[in-house]
Design a protein around this ligand. Structure first.
Ligand code: B12
Length: 212
């Protein structure tokens, strides 16, 4: 791994939010690609943060500073991840489910979807089923994208699908799901239409779901 990617990863792990922008800029100046910086340095950095948290080496405040650092870096990379500007390829609603405040992955998925030409409404985090159903009825998206990072909030995804059925709008919208604890088996189990492991897969799934 290049020294620059190493430094960016370390900055995420160490929550060096004052240094991250200069490091990312230096990597861009050295012609490293934005997706390489995200996938080979920043996301692996967050994985280290998660492992340290599991091992009680760090606690929520450190995890939060790592998130701030990640967001600052991503803000700088956003224009490079999105080079499209073409007409809309379809309408998508994205949110993190009720009880879950993790939004870095969701935001990254949104950046890539927008970059691929989709029109995305970001409802934010901790979104309850009722407001989600109301928004789906109003906006009539092609795809509803749900993110969850906690095993305790996974059941919310199933609740959303049940509520779509109860409101007789399950046939009108495709549901794609993702987030670290989500996998294809869970997606099949709750009757979602697609699961994506990362932001690039989210774009592929959205394309497949819309073009059929
Ligand atoms: C940063 C972080 C936080 C930050 C979040 C800040 C923010 N604004 O998001 C803060 C400090 C707030 C936080 C809080 C908590 N966290 Co936390 N957190 C993390 C951490 C370290 C990184 C998550 C992250 O951003 N990853 C980077 C992004 C890019 O990856 P991602 O989210 O997985 O998204 C990618 C894919 O999953 C996919 N994807 C995501 N969404 C979607 C959606 C669709 C539709 C598709 C197709 C794809 C897709 O694409 C993304 C891009 O590649 C993880 C550990 C980890 N490595 O996951 C723990 C982790 C998720 N947190 C954890 C825990 C326990 C908590 C707390 C309960 C801690 C506490 N005791 O308070 C709270 C819960 C708060 C709440 N109610 O949500 C646990 C969850 C354990 C579990 N299995 O349930 C983890 C795994 C840490 C651990 N190892 O124990 N956390």
């Amino acid at each position: 791994m290049s020294e620059q990617l190493d430094k960016i990863k370390e900055a995420i792990v160490g929550g060096q939010h004052n240094e991250i922008e200069a490091l990312v800029q230096a990597a861009l100046d050295a012609t490293l690609a934005a997706d390489q910086i995200v996938n080979q340095a920043m996301i692996p950095g967050m994985d280290v943060v998660g492992r340290k948290f599991s091992n009680n080496e760090i606690f929520v405040p450190e995890m939060l500073v790592a998130a701030v650092t990640m967001n600052k870096g991503l803000a700088l990379l956003k224009p490079f991840l999105q080079q499209s500007g073409a007409e809309s390829k379809g309408r998508i609603i994205m949110c993190t489910v009720k009880g879950d405040l993790h939004d870095i992955g969701k935001n990254l998925v949104i950046m890539m979807l927008e970059g691929a030409g989709f029109e995305v409404l970001d409802m934010g985090v901790d979104i309850n089923v009722d407001s989600l159903i109301a928004t789906v009825k109003e906006i009539k998206p092609d795809v509803l994208g749900l993110s969850a990072l906690l095993t305790t909030t996974l059941p919310e995804m199933a609740k959303v699908i049940e509520a779509l059925e109860a409101n007789n709008i399950r046939d009108e919208v495709k549901v794609m799901i993702g987030g670290a604890p989500v996998d294809a088996a869970f997606s099949d189990k709750i009757g979602a239409d697609g699961y994506g492991r990362d932001a690039a897969e989210a774009v592929q799934i959205a394309r497949q779901l819309i073009t059929g």
